[in-house]
Design a protein around this ligand. Structure first.
Ligand code: PGA
Length: 253
């Protein structure tokens, strides 16, 4: 069974006190996460250590950074390196979120560099892909997502990509309240898995956790997560509300 993951993407939200209160609420209830289930909290850089301290000793809950830079160190004012994240014990990093692609002009080739530097520092990427509305309307979403994977991930060795985490987030569903239908999510996840099987092998494809993102909330998580190729979710807005995210965590297969 593939790892099932509830990942929270807080984006640029919350003050430290609010972030700590949210984590306190998330860990206050006993969760029955089994060995196949993970919770990942992608929090703003300044809160990584504080949140790590809060979840210390909790089984199957981890923090993630929301980004990292392509270089190891040096004169890159304002950037955060994978080496720095590794040095504070962070294990996961979200890469290629559509907001980074859109507002910070991150393209597939830059993201390949970020994936490489993350792996060099033992960080596990949560690699985001997904098409804009115009591509979905033109019906070319499969090819679009395939190109994102090819250009950012398919240089990796079989060993490097085994067990990878990919988040499929159709841009038209992010923060819009408009979720992809269960079938749209399943179809794309199956497509991603078959493209990976074609490039690597069925065994590799079966090892990859593919999360769905885009307006996941307490009321729809269970049905989306129940689809065969959906291995959990990357959750924005609803991850900022403790009760919502707790229900989402409890909706994992
Ligand atoms: P949303 O965001 O859940 O608010 O739609 C998802 C994401 O951007 O990861």
């Amino acid at each position: 069974m593939r790892t099932q993951i509830a990942a929270a993407n807080w984006k640029m939200n919350l003050a430290l006190s609010e972030a700590e209160a949210l984590v306190d609420q998330l860990i206050a209830v006993p969760h029955q996460l089994n060995n196949n289930q993970l919770v990942i909290l992608a929090v703003p850089f300044p809160y990584l250590i504080a949140v790590q301290n809060k979840i210390a000793g909790k089984k199957n809950i981890f923090v993630a950074a929301q980004n990292c830079y392509t270089k190891k160190s040096g004169a890159f004012t304002g950037e955060v390196s994978a080496a720095m994240l590794q040095s504070i014990g962070v294990e996961y990093v979200v890469l290629g979120h559509s907001e980074r692609r859109e507002y910070f002009k991150e393209d597939n080739s830059l993201l390949a560099d970020k994936v490489n530097i993350a792996l060099e520092h033992n960080l596990k990427p949560v690699f985001c892909c997904g098409e804009p509305l115009a591509v979905r309307e033109a019906g070319t979403q499969d090819k679009y997502v395939e190109t994102q994977l090819q250009e950012s991930l398919f240089h990796l060795s079989e060993h490097e990509i085994t067990g990878f985490i990919i988040a499929y987030e159709p841009i038209w569903a992010i923060g819009t309240g408009k979720t992809a239908t269960n079938q749209q999510a399943q179809d794309m996840h199956a497509n991603i898995r078959s493209v990976i099987a074609g490039k690597y092998s069925v065994t590799v494809a079966d090892s990859i956790s593919i999360l769905y993102g885009g307006s996941v909330k307490a009321s729809n998580a269970k049905e989306i997560f129940s689809m065969t190729d959906v291995d959990g979710g990357l959750v924005g807005g609803a991850s900022l509300i403790a009760d919502e995210f707790i229900t989402i965590m409890n909706s994992l297969k």
